[in-house]
Design a protein around this ligand. Structure first.
Ligand code: 3PY
Ligand code: MG
Length: 502
């Protein structure tokens, strides 16, 4: 009988478990497919019964190590778990060495203990099972009360205990530190760990999430609860529901709507670019009263201005020129909506360049440019009732594509800036939008292969976001797919993008 978690404990290597409370065989099988080191069926607080546990263990045991946190420390709770095929028990609320010795007796066959022989699974090949079980099954007890901590040295010294597992929730209740854990709680946790070290017994701890479990691993704990099924299901559902409802949390009020484009005055930078031209067309079609359309060379806007009759005001602007931005803000006092669309992409890597000239130029245009425009126009927007600022970012603000690494870094800076602008300008009711498209079919991406979305689609998504108050916009299937991937498995997305090297 192989037990990879027991072997790891003996080698002093840390493992992690997902705890299952929903009592669902389907959820158990699905979670096992993610290959955690162990799955802990929680029979103390979870919905498992004898039959569902039997079926669930069958559905996971070829992929992971099935363990059971028993309902309590009675022989029947312990033997039910083991007879169902669990490769270990984690017995809750142990406070004395006597109780710990009782757990060992219930979990081990004679002559070591007094576990009764039987059970559907063990009897399928009892000769083998009976011979191997005592040495292959993990016997863990939970210390999770002040009394348990007081007696932890004696508990750890009980022969046959493989691990003491700390229930941090109950411990904090018992110590009176709940809902904060705090230094007193941590002191007790470390006291348990020290006693385990002294006795040569493994120490595990409940963590709840993987980042904290990594910290506990660094601190020398050997088994961590790293997540649970209730949380996993809720997390994925909440991500989907909240994203779709354009809110951060179920308790947030529904979205209030955005800023009307019809009748508004808009400042649009980079109006002669691939997306800029389509934004201009879309703004006019939606009834914008006036669009200050800027470009470094305003002559390039002549045709658009003509089509827009008197509603388009073409202006020269280099967005890296602070003085020009200040002069523009003096001239355009009636702006309601600012669209920071101008951008620069040298399509070059960060490391494989002779110098940082491209990186610096992209930061100037993609970060300091919109920042200066935002700072210059925020007072105007405030005076005009709040309005909106739209920052044209890229999905590459969220993950770096090394063939254009410096562009990505500048967009990441601009994304962070967008969050700060949003926070600071909330009190003046300015809606701040970050637009993160994938590859768009413009001159900027001419050298790139692969699918690209139409600039008109991006423009449509921007106008929709302005009018509906959507803060984070992922136009198109590429961007929205990457955003979903980043929410689920950011490392996998990073590794995938890392393949695109110069
Ligand atoms: C606790 O934190 O008390 C536990 O038992 C973990 O489920
Ligand atoms: Mg507990």
């Amino acid at each position: 009988m192989k037990n990879a978690v027991l072997a790891a404990l003996k080698r002093g290597e840390a493992t992690g478990s997902i705890w299952l409370t929903t009592g669902s065989v389907a959820v158990a099988e699905s979670i096992a497919s993610t290959r955690p080191d162990a799955i802990v069926f929680d029979a103390q607080h979870g919905l498992w019964n004898r039959e569902s546990l039997f079926a669930a263990i069958a559905s996971v045991r070829d992929k992971t190590v099935p363990l059971v946190r028993t309902a309590d420390n009675t022989p029947i709770s312990i033997s039910t778990a083991l007879d169902n095929g669990a490769l270990g028990v984690i017995v809750p609320m142990i406070e004395t060495a006597e109780q710990a010795a009782g757990v060992v007796a219930s979990a081990k066959y004679p002559p070591v203990g007094m576990r009764s022989s039987g059970g559907v699974r063990p009897l399928m090949d009892f000769k083998k099972y009976g011979a191997e079980a005592n040495a292959s099954i993990i016997v863990a007890v939970m210390v999770e009360t002040a009394t348990g901590v007081k007696n932890v040295a004696q508990i750890a010294a009980v022969k046959g205990i493989d691990m003491i597992f700390i229930g941090t929730g109950d411990l904090s209740m018992s110590l009176g530190t709940f809902p904060e854990y705090g230094p007193r709680h941590e002191q007790q946790v470390r006291k348990i760990q020290d006693a385990c070290r002294e006795a040569g017994v493994a120490c595990g701890v409940f963590c709840g999430h993987a980042t904290f479990a990594m910290e506990r691993k660094r601190q020398g704990f050997l088994h961590m609860a790293i997540g649970d099924d209730g949380f996993a299901v809720r997390l994925a559902a909440a991500y989907a529901t909240n994203m779709f409802a354009n809110r951060a949390d179920v308790d947030e009020p529904p979205l209030k709507g955005g800023v009307q484009v019809k009748g508004s005055t808009v400042l649009l930078t980079g109006a002669n670019g691939g997306i800029g031209q389509k934004l201009l067309v879309a703004l006019l079609a939606a009834g914008a009263a006036k669009v200050y359309a800027t470009a470094r060379n305003p002559k390039s806007l002549a045709a658009s201005a003509k089509k827009g009759a008197k509603r388009v005001v073409p202006l020269a602007l280099d967005i890296t020129d602070e003085k020009a931005i200040a002069a523009l803000a003096k001239q355009c006092r009636d702006v309601d909506i600012v669209i920071n669309n101008a951008g620069l992409n040298h399509n070059t890597p960060l490391m494989g360049r002779p110098d940082i000239a491209h990186a610096r130029a992209e930061i100037e245009t993609n970060y300091f440019g919109p920042l200066n425009i935002g700072r210059a126009f925020a007072p105007i927007l405030k005076k005009n009732g709040g309005g909106a600022i739209v920052n044209m970012l890229s999905i590459l603000a969220r993950v770096n594509l090394p063939i254009m690494g410096s562009l990505c870094a500048s967009k990441a800076a601009a994304l962070s800036m967008t969050q700060a602008m949003r926070a600071e300008l909330a009190k003046q009711h300015t809606l701040v939008i970050g637009v993160m498209p994938g590859a768009v079919d413009t001159a900027m991406t001419a050298s790139l292969d692969g699918p690209k979305m139409e600039p008109a689609e991006v423009a449509a998504a921007v106008l929709y976001a302005i009018e509906h108050g959507i803060e984070d916009v992922f136009p198109g299937d590429m961007a929205s797919g990457v955003a979903a991937g980043l929410a689920m498995n950011p490392k996998a997305v990073e590794r995938d993008f890392a393949k695109y090297l110069p």
